[in-house]
Write a protein that binds this ligand. Structure first.
Ligand code: HEM
Length: 253
C-alpha cells in the first residue's frame, strides 16, 4: 500500500476500492487500552499521594519503597525516572491517538455546541469534558512528568511540600487534579458504556447505577486529592524558613 493510500485510509476510514478499513477500529482499541491503563495508574497515584494524610513518616516510607529501598540500600531515584518515562510515553501516545477526535475548526466546534445544546445529549457533553480536560492535562501533565523524570530525588515530605508551597506549584496541581480526576473517571464510564461491561440483564438500570458510582468516585477522589494538597501546603508553609532541607526518618534519629 502506498503512503498516500494509508493516509487516506487513516483519515477516511476507507481503504482502496472503498472497502472499510480496520485501522480506525484498531486505533480506537489502542486508545481505550492506553486510557484504561493510565486511569488505573492515576487512581493508585492519588491513593499513594494521600499517604501524607497519615503523616510525614508514612509518605517518606512509601517514597523510599518506590525507590526500591527493600532491595537497594538508601533507594535509587533512577527507578522513579524510568517509571515516569514509561508513563510519559504512554501519556503522549494516548494524547496523540485522541487528537483524531478534536474538532478541526472553530466552525466545527460551534456546530458541536449548537448540537449538544439542542439535544442535551449526555454522550456529546462527556466527549466535551474529555476534550477540554485532555487539553489541560496535555500541558500540565507534561510539566509534572518532566519534573518527576529530571528531579526524582526531590520527592518526599519536605521536598514535595517545598515545591508545592514555596515554589508555587499548588495552582498547577489544583488544576491538574480537577482535570485528571474528571478525565479518568469519565473515561472509565465511557469504556463501561462502549464495551457494555456491566450491562447484564437490564442495561438501562445498570448504566444508571454505573453513572451514580462514577459520580461518587469523582467526588471521593477530588476530596482526597484536595485534602492531600492542603496537607502538603501546610507542611510547606511551616517549613518555608528551612526551604530545601530534607526530611530525616524517625528510624534514623
Ligand atoms: C511515574 C509518574 C509520576 C510520578 C513519579 C508522580 C509523582 C508525584 C508526586 C511525588 C507528587 C507530590 C507532589 C510533588 O512532589 O511535586 C505528585 C502529585 C500529583 N500528581 Fe503525579 N506523578 C506521576 C504521574 C502523574 C500523572 C501522569 C499525572 C496526571 C496527568 C499526575 C498528577 C498528579 C496530581 C494531580 C498531583 C497532586 C495530587 C494531590 O493533590 O493529591 N501525576 N505526583
Amino acid at each position: 500500500m502506498s503512503q498516500k493510500d494509508s493516509t487516506v485510509e487513516l483519515l477516511t476510514g476507507k481503504g482502496r476500492l472503498g472497502k472499510k478499513s480496520k485501522i480506525p477500529a484498531r486505533l480506537d482499541l489502542l486508545q481505550s487500552v492506553t486510557g484504561l491503563f493510565l486511569a488505573i495508574f492515576i487512581t493508585f497515584h492519588i491513593l499513594f499521594e494521600s499517604s501524607i494524610l497519615f503523616g510525614k513518616e508514612a509518605m517518606y516510607k512509601l517514597t523510599k519503597m518506590f525507590e526500591g529501598e527493600p532491595f537497594i540500600e538508601g533507594g535509587e531515584p533512577l527507578i522513579i525516572t524510568a517509571l515516569a518515562f514509561v508513563i510519559f510515553s504512554m501519556f503522549i501516545f494516548h494524547a496523540f491517538l485522541a487528537m483524531r477526535k478534536f474538532p478541526d475548526s472553530y466552525k466545527e466546534y460551534q456546530r458541536y455546541r449548537a448540537h449538544s445544546k439542542l439535544l442535551k445529549h449526555d454522550d456529546t457533553n462527556l466527549w466535551f469534558i474529555q476534550i477540554t480536560t485532555g487539553f489541560v492535562m496535555f500541558f500540565l501533565g507534561s510539566i509534572h512528568l518532566y519534573m518527576m523524570m529530571t528531579e526524582p530525588g526531590k520527592i518526599g515530605p519536605y521536598a514535595s511540600s517545598d515545591r508545592i508551597y514555596s515554589d508555587w506549584m499548588w495552582p498547577m496541581y489544583l488544576l491538574l487534579l480537577i482535570a485528571v480526576v474528571l478525565h479518568s473517571w469519565v473515561g472509565i464510564y465511557r469504556l463501561i458504556i462502549k464495551w457494555g461491561w456491566f450491562d447484564g440483564k437490564d442495561p438501562r438500570k445498570n448504566r444508571k447505577r454505573s453513572k451514580l458510582a462514577i459520580k461518587t468516585l469523582i467526588v471521593i477522589y477530588l476530596l482526597l486529592g484536595l485534602a492531600s494538597l492542603a496537607v502538603y501546603m501546610k507542611i510547606g508553609y511551616d517549613h518555608q524558613d528551612d526551604y530545601g532541607s530534607r526530611y530525616i526518618s524517625e528510624s534514623h534519629t
